[in-house]
Design a protein around this ligand. Structure first.
Ligand SMILES: NC(=O)c1ccc[n+]([C@@H]2O[C@H](COP(=O)([O-])OP(=O)(O)OC[C@H]3O[C@@H](n4cnc5c(N)ncnc54)[C@H](OP(=O)(O)O)[C@@H]3O)[C@@H](O)[C@H]2O)c1
Length: 291
């Protein structure tokens, strides 16, 4: 396995779910994760233990300038301020020359790190198209996943090298397209969890035991995703809207109004999108009833 020299020591800023997971994966690939930076050292200590041998530090600590690669895994909203604070470090005209700074936010371009570029750093972003609900989950599911990459040439080189270590797939993403790119992920992950939770409630009301409902939903959703990937949207689509079973849809809506009225507009909007996809038109009366 390739050894990384000590001149490419990495500081991770933001000891949350992604920061810890990436830190552990990189450390396991012998990338020297030397520092983990937090607002509160008490939060950095357990993260440092999870990663391996990283030293907990604060953002204002001058020791940080010994790092040559900075991985920012803070919340999206903290990035601009963290970049501004970091850029104050070092003296002279370009104290950040030779350093690489990366963030992992999917919706913001790497140019939010501009204060560091102005001080000489190469800036970039690498974003895993993956959901990381805990550091442990990230260690498992970030391997082999897809990564949107953009930024300065040297920053991209580091990102691509890391993605290769994770046996993942790196692809270029246009900075201007990042909001849409991130929206695409939002539409199929947190929303899916919300829909699945609503399905669980309906199953419970229908009398299906929870121990059955959870694995049953999992199997159903995994199969649906598999069909979408292998057959494409149109052939993967099943259900009453595609078959033209309008009476069934009418009964759904009536039951939803009684059981979960706040989901009626969600059902109606999704039904309209589904009909457009399937090239179907609901009968006039149902169309009126669903709006
Ligand atoms: N989790 C995912 O599924 C996922 C997937 C792809 C990309 N991402 C991206 O990865 C980044 C991190 O997400 P996450 O889910 O790992 O978030 P998270 O678990 O909430 O962690 C964010 C971390 O940033 C720290 N932080 C906030 N402001 C800071 C500051 N000013 N200085 C230093 N540390 C600060 C927080 O510490 P405090 O305790 O001090 O608040 C926390 O440890 C985000 O940009 C997100 O868009 C996440």
């Amino acid at each position: 396995m390739r050894r990384h020299n000590s001149s490419s020591r990495v500081a991770i800023i933001g000891p949350g779910r992604l920061g810890q997971a990436l830190g552990r994966l990189l450390a396991a690939s012998r990338v020297p994760i030397a520092w983990i930076v937090a607002r509160d050292l008490a939060a950095a200590r357990p993260a440092a233990r999870f990663i391996g041998r990283a030293k907990p530090l604060r953002l204002s600590d001058h020791e940080l300038m010994k790092a040559s690669i900075f991985l920012l895994t803070t919340t999206d909203s903290a990035l601009v301020e963290v970049a501004r604070q970091l850029a104050k470090q070092g003296s002279g005209k370009s104290p950040w020359r030779g350093k690489v700074v990366l963030h992992t936010c999917g919706s913001l371009p790497s140019t939010v790190l501009r204060p560091l570029k102005l001080r000489g750093a190469a800036i970039g972003s690498l974003h895993p198209y993956q959901t990381v609900p805990s550091p442990q989950a990230g260690v498992r599911n970030l391997r082999g996943c897809f990564w949107g990459i953009e930024g300065d040439r040297r920053a991209q080189q580091v990102s691509r090298r890391w993605v290769k270590l994770f046996k993942g797939v790196a692809f270029p993403i246009r900075p201007k397209g990042k909001t849409l790119y991130h929206l695409s992920a939002f539409l199929v992950s947190p929303t899916l969890v919300t829909l699945m939770e609503q399905s669980m409630r309906l199953l419970k009301k229908a009398g299906v035991p929870a121990r059955i409902a959870r694995p049953m939903l999992r199997q159903f959703v995994v199969e649906t995703a598999k069909n979408f990937s292998e057959l494409g949207a149109l052939r993967a689509l099943t259900g009453p809207a595609v078959r033209g079973d309008w009476a069934t849809i009418g009964r759904h809506l009536a039951a939803l109004k009684r059981s979960a009225p706040d989901f009626v507009p969600v059902y109606q909007t999704l039904l309209q999108a589904m009909l457009r996809l399937a090239g179907q038109k609901a009968p006039r009366r149902l169309g009126e009833g669903t709006r």
